[in-house]
Design a protein around this ligand. Structure first.
Ligand code: GLA
Length: 706
């Protein structure tokens, strides 16, 4: 089959994409990778044999093995038992199943904590956490790190040449924080690096407030339980340190792996917008970005929330294909009340990840556990066995993914970037702000949603990164903004780009100190508007009235959470507050200057429909369109990935879409002589020029030479 090169906007790779291979050798050979975590240490060898047989039948071609095997490999200090893993790897290889082999360092054996209590993490209350669960290590513990490296070395040396092993997986879901003594020492070392002197640290931490001046490094501790509000910069720096401490742990094991095996890719599993680790700072450390995705079935916006997270993963890898390392086939067991999902929904969620750049679709876990804390977590193979609805759904998915081989390696092109920054998020989660209701992540998701609804492709971007090549940059919540990051926004608008800046942006510098003067201090001339007060709004909000010719529906809306006492300095006022403290103040503005782009300012939290109106207009004025602008059906997601157009029905009812609306000019006569549109999942052209999608169903359309 020959694929035609698309000539539509949206088929080009995103700006800044990196052609490095990552997953490519493996996916070129195997197609889309499909499988899950496999924990053979929980089962008798007889079960292993059944497992590999059933894996083959389900189309599984990759499993992650050994994530929690440390106490099995090293039952006593220094003892090694790898014989069982030899057998597991040989068996998997004999059945053509590739292995993502994990370093087992996420859960040290009980003997380590028993012999070396200093390896255990301490919380902010000074409580040392115990074993009997998992993750019980302090990232700063020298003894833990030595033991982790020792077992990693022996594991990698033993299996680097094993033909089953195709990828390395370091630890699991890095996210440990420790406030103990060894962490205090490491934190001080990190601070010395950052500040060089106590004078600089005292200045950055603002220790002239509340008599906090430090005279000796030894006086500095991680933030611990204290009588009243903590120093916000100390808290922010501790979050930076904690992310860096985990990163160094990852890199230490990765470097050891690379020393022994310089060829196979090394990864670890991220957790979406996870609060404790700045994934931007880690992204370059991974050969392949991998993510664990557990959308909340009770979230009415789960589909767009997941799409955004997938876009983050693709963006972290600079456009390269990524791995959906874990998801649930049905229900998880770690929420208080665990709703399940149907096999159809599970399939749809998997196809959504592929649409947004994943070349590997994996689950936690292959076989449902019968013991331990996760015995009620769903799996690819349920307790009731293969003749179950859930497992048959897994098989269907395996077959579908095999048909999607033509999309492997292809890219998603985006002309819109949405900014997200961990330090800014951390700082905005601090204590003693004007409001604790301005949730940076919730803002990001609300701003993203209308774009998702319209099929507008979006990359997530790190403030300060090169934005050239994007037509539109959205900055929903950038409380903390550095000068270099502000410069990239200024340059973007100067180049003719569109910027939309949200409320409470650019308020603080990297030390979380408030910038003086009218705000947004670094971008006042760009947005053509400036403010003097942040105003938390009462529970019933505040009225905002659209100006004539503004993007919103006629009339007014009630803004929520926060407003700003603004005045225009050249921007058009599109909506203003009416009544109350902010009476007459601009709420939404647009600044257009000859020779440069448009800078929109949204100085409040509008309700979703009003926000969507503003963003849609900003995007339309910038000339950016969705993947199929004529298609706007509730719950129907349209994504172009390379030559393929994914249409996914997240809605509850059947959706009907004309092929002509999805791929204009593709019907009769064909856009290219001799070409036809087919659905890769069925291999058939859509009947009667129409795509009919039941709830949870999807098509993946391509044009091909017939
Ligand atoms: C995470 C972990 C897995 C498992 C699943 C359960 O993704 O990495 O080990 O605990 O959660 O959902």
């Amino acid at each position: 089959m020959t694929l035609l090169t698309p000539d539509r906007a949206g088929g080009r790779p995103s700006p800044g994409t990196d052609p490095a291979p990552g997953l490519a050798p493996l996916t070129t050979e195997l197609g889309i990778l499909f499988g899950g975590d496999y924990n053979p240490e929980q089962w008798d060898p007889a079960v292993w044999r059944e497992d590999v047989r059933l894996m083959r039948q389900a189309g599984v071609n990759l499993v992650t093995v050994g994530v929690f095997s440390w106490s099995r490999y090293e039952p006593q200090p220094g003892v090694r038992d790898f014989a069982w893993m030899d057998e597991v790897l040989d068996l998997l290889h004999a059945h053509g199943i590739a292995v993502d082999l994990a370093t087992p360092t996420a859960s040290p054996p009980p003997w380590l904590g028993n012999l070396h209590p200093e390896t255990l993490p301490v919380d902010a209350d000074g409580v040392r956490l115990g074993w009997g669960s998992r993750n019980q290590f302090s990232p700063a513990s020298r003894v833990y790190r030595e033991h982790a490296l020792a077992i990693t070395r022996d594991l990698v040396e033993r299996y680097a040449e094993h033909p089953a092993v195709r990828m390395w997986h370091v630890g699991n879901e890095f996210g440990q924080v420790c406030h103990g003594e060894e962490s205090a020492v490491a934190f001080r070392g990190w601070l010395r690096e950052r500040y060089g002197s106590l004078t600089a640290l005292n200045e950055a931490w603002g220790t002239s407030v509340w008599s906090q001046h430090y005279g000796r490094w030894e006086e500095i501790t991680p933030p611990r339980r204290a009588p009243y509000h903590l120093n916000p910069t100390q808290v922010l720096d501790f979050r930076r340190y904690s992310s860096d401490a985990l990163r160094s742990l990852f890199r230490e094991q990765r470097d050891l792996i690379r020393e022994i095996d310089p060829v196979r890719p090394v990864t670890t599993n991220f957790m979406g917008f996870f609060a404790l680790v700045d994934y931007w700072s880690w992204a370059e450390d991974l050969d392949v970005v991998a993510d664990d995705a557990y959308p909340d079935p009770t979230d009415p916006h789960a589909a767009s929330t997941s799409a955004l997270t997938h876009d983050l993963m693709r963006s972290l890898g600079r456009g390269r294909p990524w791995v959906l390392m874990e998801q649930a086939a049905g229900a998880v067991s770690w929420r208080p009340h665990n709703l399940t999902k149907s096999p159809g929904r599970s399939r749809l969620e998997s196809l959504q990840a592929v649409a947004r750049g994943a070349d590997a679709i994996c689950f936690f876990q292959w076989r449902a556990a019968t013991k331990g804390p996760e015995r009620f977590h769903s799996a690819m193979l349920p307790h009731a066995g293969p003749e179950t609805r859930a497992h048959q759904g897994v098989r269907r998915l395996g077959a579908d993914l095999a048909r999607l081989r033509p999309v492997v390696g292809s890219r998603v092109g985006a002309r819109v970037a949405i900014l997200f920054d961990w330090p800014s998020w951390w700082a905005s989660q601090g204590e003693a702000l004007p409001t604790d209701r301005l949730d940076a992540l919730a803002q990001l998701r609300s701003w993203y949603r209308p774009l998702w609804e319209d099929g507008v492709a979006v990359d997530v971007a790190r403030p300060g990164q090169d934005l050239s090549g994007y037509d539109v940059v959205l900055a929903p919540q950038l409380y903390l903004l550095t000068e270099p990051a502000a410069d990239t926004l200024r340059e973007h608008v100067a180049r003719g780009g569109t910027l939309v800046l949200g409320p409470f942006g650019g308020v603080a510098d990297e030390s979380a100190h408030v910038r003086t003067g009218r705000f947004p201090a670094l971008l006042r001339d760009v947005v053509g508007v400036s403010g003097e007060e942040w105003v938390s709004l009462p529970d019933d909000g505040a009225e905002v009235v659209w100006a004539a010719a503004a993007p919103g529906r006629p009339g007014s809306f009630r803004a929520e959470v926060l407003g700003e006492l603004l005045r225009s300095e050249g921007a058009e006022v599109l909506a203003s507050f009416r009544g109350g403290h902010l009476d007459g103040a601009p709420a939404i503005t647009r600044h257009r200057r000859p020779g440069s782009g448009a800078a929109w300012y949204v100085g409040t939290v509008p309700p979703q429909d009003a926000l969507a109106d503003v963003l849609r207009q900003a995007i339309a004025e910038a000339g950016v369109e969705g993947a199929a602008p004529a298609v706007r059906l509730p719950g129907v997601e349209v994504v172009r990935r390379g030559d393929a157009l994914f249409v996914l029905n997240h809605g509850r009812g059947t959706a009907r879409v004309r092929v002509e609306d999805l791929l204009p000019g593709s019907s009769v006569p064909p856009r290219h002589p001799g070409s036809e549109v087919v659905d890769l999942l069925t291999g058939l052209p859509p009947a009667a020029g129409e795509v009919v999608l039941a709830a949870d169903d999807a098509v993946v359309l391509i044009e091909r030479n017939s």
